[in-house]
Design a protein around this ligand. Structure first.
Ligand code: BJW
Length: 233
């Protein structure tokens, strides 16, 4: 990595957690081959069949707690730590992932733009609370007492979290790095073009070329567990 960098925005996607054993979405055999997006990842699907949706996320919430961070998460956590000790240096890790592997590797202040599996959102009062168990039995919101909890994840048609903070960091960045995401879902897929318009250099680390590859100044191909530690060094 260049040594004169100060402000970096890193976007991660399902590919960074693939080697930890968490399924990606759009690969052969991935989550969206096993489940219809309209059924499990839209507010309309949840309204139609809440049991199906709660069960889908209950199973993923249980599974994710069995997984461990891999060298890619660890390298970003080290970078995060190093940056926090340098004055006037800012590193924003934005993840589309709903797992907590960045945090468990030791990264602080991770922005989960698509929410978190280990969090519950109350449909009645919008309170967000850490949640490691199941929701299928319709537990009550610890804030308002309503039986109205849902997974605190961002479905299609909903507004991702922290957008203002992310765009502010992009405007101030001197590098945008995208790791393990297919570039199929907006607004994250548009960050590379936003960065280019702002004159921010861009680099992609991915197992294969993605839908967005043509927009990046540089694409490095390979598994995140190898590419990310190499890039961080
Ligand atoms: C490896 C690897 C290894 C594998 N090493 N790499 C503009 C145009 C068209 C449509 C839209 C648009 N703007 C909005 C839309 C609508 C929609 C959208 O994007 N639709 C598309 C289908 C086109 N977007 C929305 O509705 C979003 N909301 C929104 O836009 O609000 C309005 C708004 C307007 C303006 C500003 C801001 C907001 C919400 C999107 C919510 C997405 N939710 C999901 C589910 C979350 C909960 C859950 O987990 O179930 O988020 S969908 C799913 O896709 C999940 C992911 O975060 C997301 C991205 O997937 P990701 O991470 O890229 O995974 P994959 O599987 O696609 O790719 C994996 C990659 O890893 C591959 O490239 C592999 O090669 C690579 N890889 N192994 C390195 N070892």
């Amino acid at each position: 990595m260049e040594t004169d960098l100060q402000n970096i925005v890193i976007l991660t996607g399902a590919g960074i957690s693939a080697e930890s054993g968490i399924d990606t979405f759009r690969a052969e055999g991935g989550l969206w081959e096993q489940h219809r997006i309209e059924d499990v990842a839209t507010p309309e699907g949840f309204a139609r069949n809440p049991d199906l949706v709660l069960n889908f996320y209950d199973m993923r919430r249980a599974a994710v707690q069995e997984k461990l961070p891999n060298p890619a998460h660890e390298a970003l956590a080290q970078l995060n730590h190093a940056w926090s000790n340098k004055p006037n240096h800012n590193l924003l890790i934005v993840t589309q992932n709903v797992d907590d592997l960045h945090e468990r590797a030791g990264a602080a202040h991770v922005h989960h733009m698509h929410g978190e599996l280990l969090s519950a959102l109350c449909c009645a009062c919008e309170h967000r609370t850490r949640w490691t168990g199941t929701m299928i039995e319709r537990p009550s919101c610890p804030n308002c007492g309503e039986q109205a909890l849902r997974p605190d994840v961002v479905w299609f048609g909903e507004m991702p979290y922290d957008m203002e903070r992310i765009y502010a960091a992009l405007r101030n960045a001197d590098l945008f790095v995208s790791i393990g995401t297919s570039g199929a879902v907006y607004p994250a897929a548009g960050f590379v073009r936003d960065a280019k318009e702002l004159g921010v250099p861009t680099i992609e680390l991915n197992l294969e070329r993605s839908e967005g590859s043509r927009w990046f100044d540089e694409t490095r191909i390979g598994p995140a567990s190898k590419l990310v530690p190499q890039w961080v060094q």
